[in-house]
Design a binder for this molecule. Sequence first.
Ligand code: HEM
Length: 427
Amino acid sequence: MTTQPTEPAAPAPITSAADIDLNDWNFWGRPDAEREHAFRLLRDLDKPAFFPEPEFGFAAATGPGYHALVRHADILEASRNPEVFCSGDGGATNIPDLPAEFAEYFGSMINMDDPRHARLRRIVSRAFTPRMIKQFESDVDAAATRIVDELLETGPGCDFVTEVAAKLPLKIICDMMGIPEKDYRFVFDRSNIVLGATDPEYVSDREDIAHALLTAGMELQQLVQDLAALRMKTPTDDLTSSLVNANIDGERLTAQELGSFFILLVVAGNETTRNAISHGMRLLTLNPDQRRLWLEDFEGRAPRAIEEIVRLAAPVNYMRRKVTRDHEMNGNLYREGEKVLLYYWAANRDERVFDDPLRFDIRRDPNPHVGFGGPGPHFCLGAHLARREITVMFRELMRRIPQIETGEPERLLSSFINGIKHMTCDF
Ligand code: HEM
């Protein structure tokens, strides 16, 4: 979820940090090069820029404003200190506090603090058993093969995002939960609404954003709760069965917890991986030397190449934290009740940490990017799975269509997700 857009207008050039307003919708419509320039100016300030709480269509302003953390060191430090920089008390995925009626659907562990967060994470992590992960691995391989078969049948000129990048994560999340193939499209459309509600392609009338979000949340919750009712009667080996039937310590999720966890999985696991694959394909198109290097030794170079794709793609642009007490961090004061936004995309380009940060270098080492979040209790639960999906997708593409290229990306209008909605491909 993100700020509600205003009418687009031709943005003035950014010449100094004073020209940057992260609350201005037009800022997020700027091309990558301009954003890169703007975030560099913000990183070079003596202290993080502070922005007033923005106006939202579905939630009133709920605090004095937020500090934009754009340096790698600040994001690491804030992530390590969840007692001061908390994810609960209004949520981590939105700037204004989440209104109460949203919590039912969007109030899962990403928007909680310990001990509630720890309890949920424990139950859910246990359900990711080695056996289940192994099962996903063969599913991922088979799904990627099928996607490339279908792409070859469809032929060049099609949309890489919908025909390739979106298909793999969607199938894997649905398979994990036990959602049948006939419902994939239903899940896909609703997950686009949840993370793309501010883009007119997904919610055409801006007045309807709150209604669209709540409806999508309710429908996804209903889908998984119907499935849960079946699995309680007849358990199978899917994740839904493990989450609703008691585990070895007698722990299980309530119906509401299951619903909001499913929504979190669908949005956290789908859009992010989809965008990493799309940005990765774009980066390989723009950097033929890196493609050649990868083709020379796909397996040997894959682990670093994947980290480099996630660094530059940074599909999750930011997460929010709220300051629980006055606190000094890296020489700056943060006051109780203020918010901080952890701009991962900006930290992954911090020249204090990364040599020549805008260069796509599939051999980059070390690569301490924060694309999966900073070190702390909320570090991405699906990072291993995401790495696996991205590797397998590129293995299949590089092996069977090594010359595949993409056209200009059509970007998602969002400040939260660094998304590509559509992008043609040629081969
Ligand atoms: C390239 C792909 C991905 C990226 C860039 C990504 C990014 C992130 C980030 C930045 C966070 C940190 C949230 C915070 O600190 O507040 C996070 C958390 C999370 N991610 Fe991912 N993610 C990806 C793939 C996945 C996948 C495939 C799944 C599920 C199968 C997943 C499930 C989650 C969950 C459940 C959380 C919340 C963890 C918690 O609050 O304890 N993610 N992810």
